[in-house]
Design a protein around this ligand. Structure first.
Ligand code: ADP
Ligand code: MG
Length: 696
């Protein structure tokens, strides 16, 4: 039996370790740095580094690494050993404050979108003391931010930390108006993670899974997710063993793994942690995804994090539960006093206004080639951004706006700041699963994220846009001579002006698409449409104002993400072309040969009418083969157009989507039809049924 409390965080240089390993004054200085973002001087860093090394060596570490999150979407690490040579030919283990605080990986090959020419490749990493270091596989991992020599962000952590600063500053202004002096405002996130587990042997037989993380072909099996028998179903022994092992690993790294269950699609599962501060939640989610992959390998399986590994059944997403917390108190939790309720309403109004005014950024934060398969495909939220508040809260807001009595216990006229909000249920009973952005009682659940995403991007957007609205409200209220009157006006006019973003109905329905268009809401179905929002004037202004991104950084991010989209689809197209040549066409020919030989043999014995059905089958196969070859050459022709032929990344993005991706979709149709006819010994690729039911 494992003793969870004793293994929890055992590989982490966390607060309790710091307390025991560091001299009191050093510990205090480090804590000040962590909680207030104060600069750490080198003397202190030296002592911290020495203690960290000593602790890490006890845990079996021989190396350290500055762990960072470049724009590739996965984490990066380069390991250096602690060894330092002595004159007598021996070595000692050493780690200095300088090495802890700053690193200079020659990381010139990471995407920088033109921010850093390769000839001046000096990107550097800077220690982020707000996220704890940990030991994994014999290396001390130090969470770091990654910047160019001139201080421009090349990663996901730097802007996230800046956005945390923005919301801290603005939320404190509002809280001050309510007479509250808080030390620190933070955003909290709980990221629910979906994934697929399949057998490693089957995986290795599918080049598309190896190169693209998703299947490019595959006829739907006779049984998919129709019966909903997998959802919350009994967990199979091999999967259960994986989950147990994973939980243990996660706990050792101080990750609050809480819930695990089977998801809707066969072979699909979910893990949810207890929420924590956004910076840590981001690092933890990256680590969770990495560990899911490595633990799966140990169990002879592969963990697929792609958003749509299989057509015809659900893909995988990530739910970003988000709230704002002031010194540990949740600001999206309506309180019990009129003042607390008024404060709750200001924050709620800020989120409503932010989501409406910056729908484009919210949509953009969930855009990727993989996620394009989900958004709008009746399984994930639609590509249209809207908010679900639930019937009760919507009704309360409506009463406020229209000055009519509320349907609470005693039907009273609601006075902001003078009356208490009628209660509305905080449980999840009336949860609307089709809404991209749902209020769930004391937090918002942003459901558009793809499963492979870093949660940094969406939370940079959320923090910044909400900070912006809070700042607008604070500027008015700070000048106010009648606080309650102006407060009421702000809340009511915000709800009035932005109510189009609130929608409690079925987000998957066709009617909603029409209704949303009438309301003037954006509907950006694909990544190339969504990405230009990065460089829209209003958004550049927003990010600059809150010092989250410079214009250059935004441009570089736009370019990196658009190029990334193009590269992913080009790799998929190449893989598809190769698989059709090497697997699909030969399989079709084998089947044609088998049918033709059988036919000619039969025709030597029986009358031609007798073999009519077999003849028809051969003809259908020939027709499909014709179609496949025709569509294949079209795809080949389009894929040959190289990136240099385009004026801009935007032009290339549209071309890749409309000409390459669309032709892949078209080629897939006859291939899947052929697969349904050809016997497995001739097809020679594991089919959906074999892959999805490969784990016992
Ligand atoms: P589900 O969506 O599966 O019904 P729950 O409502 O149990 O899930 O919680 C989903 C996630 O929301 C969990 O990861 C939980 O820790 C997180 N969560 C709860 N409260 C907050 C909060 N104040 N801020 C951020 N995340 C939260
Ligand atoms: Mg959820």
């Amino acid at each position: 039996m494992i003793d969870v409390p004793s293994i929890f965080g055992s590989m982490v240089f966390n607060d309790s370790v710091m307390k025991t390993k560091l001299p009191k004054d050093i510990y205090k200085a480090l804590k000040r740095t962590i909680s207030l973002g104060k600069h750490l001087n080198l003397d202190v860093a030296n002592v911290v580094a020495a203690a960290m090394k000593e602790w890490a060596v006890e845990k079996g570490a021989t190396h350290f690494t500055h762990w960072f999150q470049p724009m590739t979407g996965v984490t990066a690490e380069k390991h250096d050993s602690f060894i330092s040579p002595e004159e007598n030919g021996t070595v000692i283990m050493e780690f200095s404050g300088k090495e802890l605080v700053r690193g200079e990986p020659d990381a010139s090959s990471f995407p920088s979108g033109g921010l850093r020419a390769t000839f001046e490749a000096r990107g550097y990493t800077a220690w982020d003391p707000t996220s704890y270091a940990f030991v994994k596989d014999g290396t001390l991992y130090i969470p770091t931010a990654f910047c160019s020599y001139t201080g421009e962000a090349l990663d996901k952590k730097t802007p996230l930390l800046r956005s945390m600063q923005a919301i801290d500053t603005q939320a404190k202004r509002i809280l001050k108006l309510f007479g509250k002096d808080v030390v620190h405002v933070d955003t909290t996130v709980g990221a629910e993670q979906e994934y697929f587990l399949i057998d490693k042997k089957k995986y290795l037989e599918r080049p598309d899974l190896i190169y693209c993380g998703r299947t490019l072909f595959g006829a739907t099996p006779p049984k998919g997710q129709e019966l909903d028998d997998h959802y919350f179903g009994v967990i199979k022994p091999r999967v259960a063993a994986f989950m147990k092992d994973l939980d243990e690993q996660l706990w050792k790294f101080g990750i609050l793994a809480k819930t695990k269950h089977n998801e809707v699609a066969p072979a699909q599962h979910e893990l949810a942690p207890v929420f924590t501060s956004i910076n840590i939640a981001t690092d933890h989610n990256q680590l969770t995804m990495e560990l899911m992959k490595s633990v799966a390998e140990k169990h002879g399986m592969v963990c697929l994090l792609h958003e749509k590994p299989f057509a015809g059944i659900n893909g995988s997403g990530k739910h970003n539960n988000w709230s704002i917390s002031a010194d540990g108190v949740n600001l999206l939790d309506p309180g019990d006093t009129p003042a607390d309720n008024a404060q709750f309403l200001v924050f709620l109004a800020a989120v409503i206004k932010a989501v409406d005014e910056y729908q484009d950024l919210i949509r953009l934060s969930a855009a990727s080639a993989g996620n394009d398969h989900r958004l709008g495909a009746s399984e994930a939220p639609p590509a249209i951004v809207s908010m679900f508040l639930g019937e009760e809260l919507t009704e309360i807001l409506d009463c406020l706006v229209n000055g009519r009595p509320c349907q609470g216990k005693e039907k009273v006229l609601m006075e902001i700041g003078a009356t208490v909000l009628p209660h509305f249920p905080k449980d999840n009973t009336d949860r609307n699963r089709t809404s991209p952005f749902a209020f769930t009682g004391n937090k918002f659940e942003f459901r558009m994220l793809g499963s492979a995403f870093s949660v940094a991007g969406p939370n940079i957007v959320l923090n910044t846009i909400v900070a912006e609205e809070l700042s607008g409200f604070a500027s008015i209220l700070e000048e106010s001579t009648d606080f309650n009157k102006d407060l009421k006006h702000i809340i009511i006019s915000t709800i009035k002006n932005h109510k189009r973003i609130i929608f409690n109905g079925d987000g998957y329905s066709k009617e909603w698409e029409k209704e949303a268009e009438k309301r003037g809401l954006l509907n950006m179905k694909t990544t190339p449409e969504a990405l230009p929002a990065y460089i829209a004037e209003k958004n550049v202004k927003l990010f600059k104002k809150h010092s989250v991104f410079t214009e250059n950084e935004l441009r570089s991010r736009y370019e990196i993400l658009m190029e990334n989209y193009c590269k992913i689809i080009r790799i998929e197209a190449k893989t598809m072309i190769e698989m059709v040549h090497k697997y699909v066409i030969p399989a079709g020919i084998r089947f044609q040969k088998f049918l033709a030989e059988t036919l000619s043999l039969m025709n030597g014995f029986v009358a031609p009418e007798t073999t009519e059905k077999e003849g028809n089958l051969l003809r259908s196969v020939c027709t499909l083969m014709d179609e496949i070859m025709e569509k294949l050459s079209l795809l080949e022709e389009k894929s040959e157009e190289s990136s240099v032929d385009f004026q801009s990344v935007y032009d290339e993005g549209l071309f890749v989507r409309d000409e390459i991706f669309m032709n892949m979709e078209k080629l897939r149709v006859p291939v899947d039809k052929l697969e349904k006819l050809v016997p497995p010994d001739l097809w020679r690729l594991p089919d959906y049924g074999e892959i999805l039911y490969s784990v016992d």
